[in-house]
Design a binder for this molecule. Structure first.
Ligand code: PEP
Length: 251
């Protein structure tokens, strides 16, 4: 059986300023066990990426961006290219976060294009998928999430797919304080993994599927104990160093 390395991401969203995010980084750096076997990545806003990178140094914590443009380069005023993120030391990128899908109209097609571009530039995509409350209530949660995944799987070759991390983030649980129960999350993770296995057994065993949606130190251990949950994408709680490190330690 494949042992998947746990993955915890801190999505800082559009929060903080240089002083508070620098403090947060220093505090995470000093509190996190250097021997931790978990892959830890922080996702600050674009403008703070170089400063946070400097503070992280060669520490085990990696740097990621929250978004980028689906085009390679050129006349796209205000956008940021995948190659630029690679250039300044990012290793990961969030793709298709529900806030991007809902507030900025990112379609499955755009999300798939971004995943392809990220991989081309040696950035590891954290692909976010998840259903709304209405979709869950009308029994469409699985079909929604699998369609979001398929849009990406269809565009990426097998060798590249192993670099993908999938974040299952039910939209109704993000920033609401309403977490999916560990059993609800496990059921969707199992469904996603089975879907990957049906494509390629080895792929299904090795791709990390992490959970996001109001994870806190108090509920993290129960969620991460589930067999198909390989870590978490943490929003609100990642803005507090003690909470974030407690969540990392709960894996
Ligand atoms: C997120 O935005 O990815 C997230 C999981 O947020 P929160 O932990 O605040 O629900």
């Amino acid at each position: 059986m494949t042992t998947r390395i746990p993955f915890i991401g801190g999505n800082w969203k559009m929060n903080g300023d240089l002083a508070t995010l620098s403090d947060l980084t220093r505090n995470i750096n000093t509190t996190l066990d250097a021997k931790s076997k978990t892959e830890v990545v922080v996702f600050p806003s674009f403008v703070y990426l170089p400063a946070i990178k400097k503070l992280l140094g060669n520490n085990t914590i990696a740097l990621g961006a929250q978004n980028f443009c689906q085009h390679e380069q050129g006349a796209y005023t205000g956008e940021i290219a995948a190659s630029m993120l690679k250039d300044i030391g990012c290793a990961h990128v969030l793709v298709g976060h529900s806030e991007r899908r809902q507030l900025y109209g990112e379609t499955d097609q755009v999300v798939a294009e971004k995943c392809v571009l990220a991989l081309k530039h040696d950035l590891k995509p954290v692909l976010c998928v998840g259903e709304t409350l209405a979709q869950r209530q009308s029994d469409d949660a699985e079909s929604t999430v699998l369609a979001q995944l398929d849009a990406v799987l269809d565009q990426i070759n097998m060798d590249d797919l192993q670099h993908l991390v999938i974040a299952y983030e039910p939209v109704w649980a993000i920033g609401t304080g309403q977490t999916a129960s560990a059993e609800q999350a496990q059921a969707m993770h199992q469904c996603l993994r089975q879907h990957l296995r049906n494509k390629d057994n080895h792929l299904g065993e090795m791709i990390r599927i992490i959970y996001g949606g109001s994870v806190k130190p108090a509920n993290a251990a129960a969620i991460f104990a589930m067999p198909d949950i390989d870590g978490g994408l943490i929003g609100g709680a990642s803005l507090n160093a003690d909470d974030f490190v407690a969540i990392v330690n709960a894996v």
